[in-house]
Design a protein around this ligand. Structure first.
Ligand code: PLP
Length: 398
């Protein structure tokens, strides 16, 4: 069968592959310590669920405006302005089918064949493929574990060419919780301004940052709006992954183009989910601090636990809910090696230790593993026990 070059340029998300392999084992009755999915294990808050039920009862089940219902297009900027000190209006907002959809549409609107997009590594798995699908070329910019994997303006500057059209900064980041602090972010914005490059800020984890970091948006910087496209989502902040509501905040002209592509593809995001998101944006934020407090405890346990495993190092993630240990001491051809690379190691860990996690190659970070700690402390303890056993056996055998 013949398929387009466009579709052949991309692959199925590697995180989805791991999740499905773990699900298959679970279906056979195997008890898996699951650090795979990047998804809060909390339930969607009750007041948000009730708003969706009310929307169904009131028959709000028809098509809506393509770019989202107007109350939500007003409430999202109002929330962003309140929480993250920006000043967007409804015309500068589009509601999408999750944050990933907002990224996909924005990249399709701004990037074409031959364009370069700067992407700090470790990066979220979907960015390179979305860029390639649009015809662009991802240019990977390294970050350093010693800097907490935060992107640095100096590294970005080195990678800029006349073909550079967009820089993507995901802070806090998936897969390693890297946070770009305000002064550095402002330097990156300044570079974008000088070179007339768009700056996409993926803020999906904005409210899950650990001390000393605070939630921050580059859109709050002076005169940022002409160069910045904010991507956000209710998925993580409000434990609403399945509802599929995200958004972009950008200059009105960009938003209009994003609505155009939406009008010829998905049409509006689900009407009922939009009413749920409206309640999330307008209602109380009191469900967020308890989630952050829980992630804070889990982060401490998992990082400390990983650090006790011989040959494993692990930085403190500045935000999000992922630990990103370096296991390169256990890789390669040497006599202490248990696997050639992390992809092979993650398969071994799933089959032999029944621990699900994702190999760093998928994130442009060979030598690392991603463990999502959006799972209970109990399961974290169990997973750590299994990892300790696996790696100490490997040490003893070598
Ligand atoms: N951006 C990052 C960095 C993510 O990790 C995710 C989800 O895992 C998304 C965007 C998209 O989330 P959603 O499409 O559920 O809003």
């Amino acid at each position: 069968m013949h398929f387009t070059n466009r579709i052949n340029r991309i692959q199925v998300s590697p995180t989805a592959v791991v999740i499905s392999a773990a699900e298959q084992l679970k279906a056979k009755g195997v008890d898996i310590a699951d650090f795979g999915p990047g998804e809060p294990d909390f339930s969607t808050p009750d007041h948000i669920k009730k708003a969706a039920i009310k929307a169904i009862e009131e028959n709000r089940t028809k098509y809506t405006a393509t770019g989202g219902i107007m109350p939500l297009r007003e409430a999202i900027p109002a929330w962003h302005n309140r929480e993250l000190s920006s000043n967007y209006t409804a015309k500068e907002c589009v509601v999408t089918v999750g944050g990933k959809h907002a990224i996909f549409n924005a990249v399709c609107v701004l990037i074409q064949s031959g364009d370069e997009v700067l992407l700090p590594a470790p990066y979220w798995v979907s960015f390179p493929d979305i860029i390639k699908y649009a015809g662009g070329h991802p240019v990977i910019v390294p970050t350093r574990a010693e800097d907490g994997f935060g992107a640095k303006a100096a590294e970005i500057e080195k990678a800029i060419t006349p073909k550079t059209k967009l820089v993507i900064i995901n802070s806090p980041s998936n897969p390693c919780g890297g946070v770009v602090d305000r002064p550095e972010f402002e330097k990156i914005l300044e570079l974008c301004r000088q070179h007339n490059i768009w700056l996409m800020a993926d803020e999906c984890y904005s409210h899950f940052v650990y001390e000393p970091h605070k939630p921050y948006s580059i859109a709050s910087a002076k005169d940022a709006k002409n160069h910045v496209i904010v991507i956000g989502s209710v998925s993580k902040t409000f434990a609403m992954t399945g509802w599929r509501i995200g958004y972009a905040l950008a200059p009105e002209e960009v938003i209009q183009q994003m609505i155009k592509i939406q009008s010829q593809s998905t049409s509006n995001p689900t009407s009922i989910a939009q009413y749920a998101a409206l309640e999330a944006m307008r209602g109380s934020m009191e469900t967020v601090p308890p989630m952050l407090a829980e992630y804070t405890k889990r982060r401490k346990r998992i990082v400390e636990g990983l650090r006790t495993i011989p040959g494993v190092t692990c930085e403190w993630p500045g935000g999000a809910f992922y630990a990103f240990p370096n296991v390169s001491a256990h890789l390669g051809e040497g006599k202490h090696a248990v696997a050639k690379n992390c992809t092979e190691l993650s398969k071994l860990l799933l089959e032999k230790a029944h621990v699900a996690l994702v190999g760093g190659e998928s994130f442009g970070a060979p030598g690392y593993l991603r463990l999502s700690y959006a799972t209970s402390l109990e399961r974290i303890e169990e997973g750590l026990r299994r990892l300790e056993k696996f790696f100490s056996r490997a040490e003893a055998a070598s």
